[in-house]
Write a new protein. Structure first.
Ligand SMILES: Cc1cc2nc3c(=O)[nH]c(=O)nc-3n(C[C@H](O)[C@H](O)[C@H](O)COP(=O)(O)OP(=O)(O)OC[C@H]3O[C@@H](n4cnc5c(N)ncnc54)[C@H](O)[C@@H]3O)c2cc1C
Length: 354
């Protein structure tokens, strides 16, 4: 097999692009394969927790948005607030985030090939990938950063069990042209959904709805009268402030049997995802990207597996625990408990801020 490149990164979402920048910093010569044009939008709560924000800064990236100073849990009249002790995060529109990272990738001269990978073969020396309309590309290593429904994960035999349809959760997001009323991310709990409200700029707020299959965005917002009022939504769910269409993603839970198969490594949502409830996808994905590049640079891809487990342990435990509680009779006690035991709630928020 001819090896055309040292490292092919499949997927040019935020994590694929960050992986490419880290690879270039490490002296590797990455190539990105991505079918869609920049900037790519996606359903996302768009909250960069302080840890994610710090890691982007370390790469010299500074996408514009609104400062985030903490997280509030809200249910009816109950409200628990915790302000981050060290530093702040940032609410950044997804297209702004993507365009900022993509501009740096272009500045660094990292090639982006337009295409969708649907073929992968590997032997001891390297990996060959291809797709419709693409020449076969040989690489010493391939990183799959192709998102929740990763094709690389499937082709490398790394997909895990799928979740029962009745338990699957989905995410929807819409923007509103309205001044943020808080500098905190609000997670608003209704009987059937979590509404994740993120300040994104002086006249911009994002609302993400997380719920089981069949959720209707406007009905979910309408179930939270205070939020509907703040968004100036009418009884039918309409609002003068709403912008664009609702975007959706899911099912959110994606399991993997492992994250490395020979010379193929998975990062970001492709490597397995629990849920958006704790708003950590980008922080965890960037940390995975760092570990994957360190393992490849050391010529020891298998060490990534251990690092992935360590990096994601807290995220997997906390998010799984919260999602299980949210789907159980305990649901109604989550916000009252956060109000009653501030050190517990503050400790959890500080953990998310890391
Ligand atoms: C509703 C919702 C709210 C969220 N809120 C937050 C939040 O507030 N904070 C946070 O940090 N995270 C949040 N997340 C998680 C976050 O959005 C993800 O973790 C993040 O987008 C992962 O980025 P990625 O680059 O791994 O995947 P993606 O952004 O999905 O990028 C994958 C890329 O791969 C490309 N691709 C797919 N298939 C192929 C193929 N076969 N060949 C080549 N390319 C391919 C796609 O075109 C895409 O560009 C949220 C997620 C959801 C759904």
């Amino acid at each position: 097999m001819t090896t055309d490149t040292q490292l092919a990164i499949v997927g040019g979402g935020p994590i694929g692009l960050v992986t490419a920048l880290l690879a270039a910093n490490a002296g590797l010569e990455p190539v990105i394969i991505e079918p869609r044009a920049t900037p790519i939008d996606k359903a996302c709560g768009e909250g960069l927790m302080p840890g994610a924000w710090r890691m982007l800064h370390e790469l010299g990236l500074d996408p514009s948005g609104a400062e985030l100073h903490g997280i509030a849990y809200v249910q009816g009249r109950s409200r628990a607030e915790h302000r981050f002790r060290d530093g702040c995060g940032r609410g950044v529109e997804r297209t702004v985030l993507h365009a900022t990272i993509a501009a740096r990738v272009a500045e660094r001269g990292i090639p982006v090939v337009e295409g969708r990978i649907d073929r992968l073969d590997q032997n001891d020396a390297g990996v060959t990938i291809g797709g419709p309309g693409l020449d076969l590309l040989g690489a010493r290593y391939v990183i799959g950063a192709d998102g929740l429904h990763s094709r690389v994960r499937e082709l490398a035999g790394l997909a895990g069990r799928t979740q029962r349809a009745s338990r699957r959760r989905f995410g929807l997001r819409r923007h509103y042209a309205i001044a943020p009323w808080s500098d905190l991310v609000e997670v608003r709990w209704t009987p059937k959904a979590e509404l994740y409200v993120t300040p994104l700029g002086p006249e911009r707020v994002g609302v993400a709805v997380l719920a089981r299959r069949g959720v209707d965005f406007d009905r979910a917002v309408g179930d939270d009268r205070e939020l509907a009022e703040l968004l100036r939504a009418d009884a039918a769910g309409g609002s003068r402030a709403r912008l664009g269409n609702v975007r959706g993603a899911g099912p959110l839970l994606q399991r993997t049997s492992a994250r490395t198969a020979g010379r193929v490594l998975l990062v970001g949502d492709a490597s397995g995802y629990v849920d958006a409830l704790t708003g950590e996808g980008l922080r965890v994905g960037i940390a995975q990207a760092r570990a994957a590049i360190a393992a490849i640079s050391a010529g020891d891809p298998s060490r990534y597996e251990r690092d992935w487990m360590r990096i994601t342990r807290d995220f997997r435990r906390l998010t799984t625990g919260l999602v299980v509680a949210a789907g159980s009779p305990l649901r109604g006690t989550i916000v009252p408990m956060a109000v009653l035991v501030p050190p517990l709630y503050g400790g959890i928020v500080e953990r998310l801020a890391r």
